[in-house]
Structures are given as structure tokens and as C-alpha cells.
Design a protein around this ligand. Structure first.
Ligand code: ATP
Length: 248
């Protein structure tokens, strides 16, 4: 059940501190409507990853803490939950970098995402086929050892594995980092496909222009605060944003 506003996720005036002293976020407010793509942009250290971790409750492992504001997900105040509870509630985060089990096959990696769902083999196969419907490349390489696939394919594996948790919201930290422009387009197209099935997407991206081209809404973070919020198209056309964040 989403909130009355139609947003599956709402952050209001969120503050985050690391090690009790480092103020990483001092005022972040953002709304994520169901099935929409939200891009989080900003310079190094602006607080993008911290924002994602505050949502997926991954801060504690880094001695970070939400010290102010509120996070509301699907009608629940997020406060004391842990990451695996969040996954069970339909929220999954794909961390920065390519994290797959190199010694396992592509398919074993993807299936590992369904671990907490305790599905039957038949249900797993059904889910897999759905996911292979988006990621045809991964279907072709299903029996390959994941460690030998390309960087872009490993990003796809990470997204596919996250999809096996059947999320309502998928959070992606730099999904296109280090991939070629063609693979970037492919990944962005798959992200659009996933959003079209009703899954909300929050993505942190360094490829800001391309991200804004597919985002319904973009937020630009500056020093722990969201300084600009608008539709992807409006931000692409905003001279101040262009100059400071999009290379003119
Ligand atoms: P980048 O694009 O460089 O990855 P970012 O926008 O994702 O940056 P964050 O990684 O969220 O920014 O960092 C925000 C601030 O919090 C920075 O000042 C950073 O040094 C600090 N920070 C992040 N993680 C930790 C941590 N685990 N412990 C202490 N400080 C941290």
C-alpha cells in the first residue's frame, strides 16, 4: 500500500551523521512515486550514496545514523529495520561496483537473489524466464562463470539478482559506472522496462545527462542538501544545472 500522496517513498528533511560527528546529509527531502524513475545527481561527496543507504538501512554497518527528519516507505516509518527486513518489505539496493559471485554461473548468481523468498524450483524458473525476457544477454550466458563476463554484464547480473527479490523499489548506485556507451544505453533501457512493470527506481548516476533523459524526476544534491528538484527534462534545460553539473 503506498501513501495517500501516491509516493512509495518519502524522505523529509533527513539528516545523517557518520561516527557521531561527520554531517553527511543535513537536509534531504525527496519523493518517489510508484513505478517512476528518480535520478540522484551531484558532485563527489554530495551525499548521494548516503541517501540511498539511509533508505535501505545500510548506514549502521558504516557507523552512520539518521539523526533527523523522517523516511516513510510504503506506509511504514523506516527507523529500526535492517537491510534484510527491507528486502522482505520489497526494497532492494544494488551497491556501487560489480558485486557478483565470480566463481558461480550467471544463473546461479541471479537465483541467489531469491534466497530469502523460499521459492519452489518451478517458481524460480518462472521468475528467471521473466528476468531473461529483459536481459537476453544474460540468458545467452546463463551457464558462463560470472567472473568471466564483461563489466556491463556483471552490472546486469547485479540488477537481475535484485529483481529476483521481487522489489517494489529498486535502488541503484551508479549502475552504468565504467561501461561503454552502448551498454549504458542498454542498461538504461532495461531500467525503463523495469519501471514500466510498476517498480520504482532510485538511481545515483555520474552519467548525469543520460540519467536525466530517462528520469521522471531528478534531484541534484549539493553538500548534503537537495538543491534542485525538477523533471528530468527541466533539469536538462536548467542553465544553472547545466553549467554546474552537466558540463555546460
Ligand atoms: P561520490 O559521488 O564521491 O561517491 P556521494 O555523493 O555518494 O559521493 P557520499 O558517499 O554519500 O557522497 O558521502 C557524503 C559525505 O559523507 C562525504 O563527506 C563522505 O566523506 C562522508 N562519508 C561517506 N561515507 C562515510 C563513512 N562510512 N564514514 C565517514 N564518512 C563518510
Amino acid at each position: 500500500m503506498s501513501s495517500a500522496s501516491g509516493n512509495i517513498l518519502e524522505l523529509k528533511n533527513v539528516k545523517v551523521v557518520y561516527d557521531n560527528v561527520i554531517l553527511a546529509l543535513h537536509d534531504v527531502t525527496l519523493n518517489v512515486p510508484k513505478g517512476k524513475i528518480v535520478a540522484l545527481l551531484g558532485g563527489n561527496g554530495a551525499g548521494k550514496s548516503t541517501t540511498l543507504k539511509s533508505i535501505s538501512t545500510m548506514l549502521a554497518s558504516e557507523r552512520g545514523k539518521v539523526t533527523g527528519g523522517s523516511i516513510n516507505y510504503d506506509g511504514n516509518v523506516i527507523e529500526k529495520q535492517n537491510p534484510s527486513q527491507m528486502v522482505n518489505m520489497g526494497m532492494v539496493q544494488v551497491l556501487e561496483g560489480r558485486r557478483c559471485f565470480g566463481h558461480l554461473t550467471v544463473e546461479e548468481n541471479i537465483i541467489s537473489g531469491a534466497y530469502s523468498r523460499k521459492l519452489s524450483r518451478g517458481d524460480i524458473n518462472q521468475e528467471l524466464e521473466k528476468i531473461y525476457g529483459y536481459f537476453i544477454r544474460l540468458k545467452e550466458r546463463r551457464k558462463s562463470q560470472a567472473g568471466f563476463t564483461s563489466g556491463g554484464e556483471q552490472q546486469m547480473i547485479a540488477v537481475a539478482r535484485a529483481m529476483m527479490t521481487k522489489p517494489n523499489i529498486l535502488m541503484l548506485d551508479e549502475p552504468t559506472a565504467g561501461v561503454s556507451p552502448i551498454v549504458m544505453d542498454e542498461l538504461f533501457n532495461r531500467i525503463i522496462d523495469i519501471a514500466n512493470t510498476g517498480v520504482a527506481i532510485v538511481m545515483v548516476e555520474q552519467n548525469a545527462k543520460q540519467a536525466l533523459q530517462i528520469a521522471d524526476t531528478g534531484y541534484v544534491l549539493v553538500q548534503g542538501e537537495n538543491k534542485f528538484k525538477d523533471t528530468g527534462t527541466a533539469l536538462l534545460n536548467n542553465p544553472e544545472v547545466r553549467q554546474a553539473f552537466l558540463g555546460g
